[in-house]
Structures are given as C-alpha cells and as structure tokens.
Design a protein around this ligand. Structure first.
Ligand code: GLU
Ligand code: ZN
Length: 314
C-alpha cells in the first residue's frame, strides 16, 4: 500500500463550452483521484489570449459542478493563482533558469519555413524542427531581430525518455529524432503549454496526471523539462479519446454535444455519467448513475486502451 498523498487536476483549456469529450476525461481524472482519497485541483489553462475567455472558465466550473465533479483547490475560489494567464511570473522564472543553463535559443523561422514540404513530422502530426536557428552567430541573430521577434526554443540532447504510463504501459521517445528542439515561448510572447504545464504541475504538487491520450506524445517533452528544472515527475495515465462513430475525435465543433446544450435539452447529469461510465467499462449497462457512486467501482485496469467510437443518442 502506497501512502503518498495523491493530488490530481482538471486542466481544461477554456476556449469553448465543455463537450462530452471533456466530460469524459474530467470524469476519469476525478475518479482516479477520488478513488484513492486524493486532492483535486482545478486549473484553467487560459494561456492563449486569442482563444480563451473568462466566460468559458466560468462555464467549465458550472459544467463540472452539474456533472457532480468537485475540487478542493482552484477555480475562481482559488483566485488568480489557478489561471495560467496570471502565472507568467513563474513561467518567466523557469525560462530564465533554463536560459542560464544555456539551453535556450531564439528561433526566427516563419510558419512557412517550418512547414516546408519536406519537413519530418512527430507522431502527433507536428513538424520536427530542423534546427535552422540552433547555431546562429550573435551577428546573425541581431540581423534577424530587425525584422522578426523570435520564439524561444529549447535544445534537446540525444537522449531517450522512457516512462511507464498507468494505462498505456511503457512509452519511449528519442528526444532528438522523435521530437526535436521545441518552443517554450512563442514569438508573440505567449508561454508555451509544455512549459506552463510542467511549472504548474510541479508548483501545485501534482502527483497524478490523468488526461486524454492526445497528450501522450507531449509527455516526454514534459519529463525532459522536469529533469532540467529539478522537478519530480508525476504518475501519468493517458485515457483513450471519445470519438464520433465515424472515428473523428469529439471536439468543440460538435455544438450539440456541449454539456450546456444537453442540460438545456433536459438531460440529467446521471444519464451522461452513466453512459460515459459504461464506455469506460466501470458499469455493464449505460444506466443513470452519479459520479460519486462510481468512486468504489473505479479501477485503471477496467479502462479501455484504444480510442472509443461513442454513439450518442439524445
Ligand atoms: N489544457 C490541456 C487541454 O485541455 C490539458 C493539459 C493537461 O492535462 O496536461 O488539452
Ligand atoms: Zn528557427
């Protein structure tokens, strides 16, 4: 029996109303924590000022509560501390530390240059950086600075990152080949998700990261940053994604599948939780059940590993 205190989090990006896919990953993150008597944090990942709105943050809280998912820290009651848009000072400090280790360099490449036709891609579809700006001289940097504000990239070494995911098992990545140097601050000054999430998980004492498997391939980058910054690595559990019957992942485009719309149509939260719990293998039939009733039924071993085609009949 392990006695370390479990602390997990919901970390939604408030760029729209929560939809069923968000409810699915929130439910599983919550159960992972509550089934072990842990502490739950709500952190709003509203870093991107163009996409995130305060009203969506409030919508997340309303939707989580309606589903019966509570938290112990964060959200609007936690004040500014739990909104990434207000946490720049910590990200800047981490960046400065990495800068002092001479791990960072400015990158002046345009989107067009990065997405050149022959650019290799990572498993998540993003372009692997070719290293164009890695070894620019000071003169070359000053020259480019005149026309373009740079992004900041971190130099990754030839290193293998390996970790054991609670659900997906061992996952390995060769940083240099599979990932490449990645951005920590965009050219418009916005801190990158990879940096913010690592700083926040560490400063908030997160020990359990249960989230969608779309972020599995981000994890080696996050572990690499944890190592550079002297942070502990939490336990990861990447749950499969809910997909529409045609195999596309559910997304914010499915406006009719927002929790707000379902609630307005008269749907009960227990109905939604029951269907999600059945898809998760926690109950045998998609019958109504509350989130709290699922706590004793939760076990990572029951969860499916593959993405799920989810048929939703209203
Ligand atoms: N904010 C991220 C998202 O909504 C999740 C971050 C995380 O769980 O690490 O996709
Ligand atoms: Zn570059």
């Amino acid at each position: 029996m392990e006695h370390t205190m479990v602390k997990g989090r919901f970390a939604p990006s408030p760029s729209g109303r929560m939809h069923l896919g968000n409810a699915w990953s929130a439910l599983l993150a919550w159960l992972s924590v509550r089934s072990r008597g842990g502490t739950m944090v709500l952190r709003l990942e509203d870093l991107d000022p163009d996409r995130c709105k305060r009203s969506f943050c409030d919508g997340v809280e309303e939707d989580l509560r309606w589903l019966g998912l509570d938290w112990d820290e964060g959200g609007c009651q936690g004040g500014d501390l739990y909104y990434q848009s207000k946490r720049s000072a910590w990200y800047a400090e981490a960046l400065e530390w990495l800068q002092k280790q001479e791990l960072l360099y400015p990158c002046y490449c345009t989107r067009g240059q990065l997405h050149a036709a022959n650019a290799p891609h990572r498993s998540d579809g993003e372009v692997i950086y070719a290293g164009t700006c890695r070894n620019l001289t000071m003169e070359e940097r000053l020259e480019r600075e005149k026309v373009r504000r740079p992004a900041l990239r971190i130099r990754v070494p030839e290193q293998e990152i390996r970790f054991t995911d609670r659900l997906q098992g061992t996952y390995t990545e060769q940083l240099a080949q599979d990932c490449g140097d990645f951005i920590l601050r965009r050219s418009d000054g916005v801190f990158a998700y990879q940096l913010a999430v690592v700083v926040d998980d560490a400063l908030m004492g997160i020990t359990d990261v249960t989230r969608g498997s779309d972020l599995l391939s981000s994890t080696p980058r996050q572990i690499f940053l944890q190592q550079q910054l002297g942070y502990a690595t939490p336990e990861y559990c990447h749950v499969p994604l809910l997909c529409a019957p045609d195999g596309r992942r559910l997304s914010k485009r499915e406006a009719d599948l927002t929790l707000a719309a379902l609630r307005e149509s008269g749907m009960k939260p227990e109905t939604i939780v029951g269907r999600l719990a059945c898809a998760a293998g926690l109950i045998d039939r998609p019958e109504p059940i509350s989130a709290a009733e699922l706590i004793p039924l939760f076990s990572v071993d029951k969860l499916p590993k593959e993405d799920l085609a989810f048929r939703w009949q209203v």
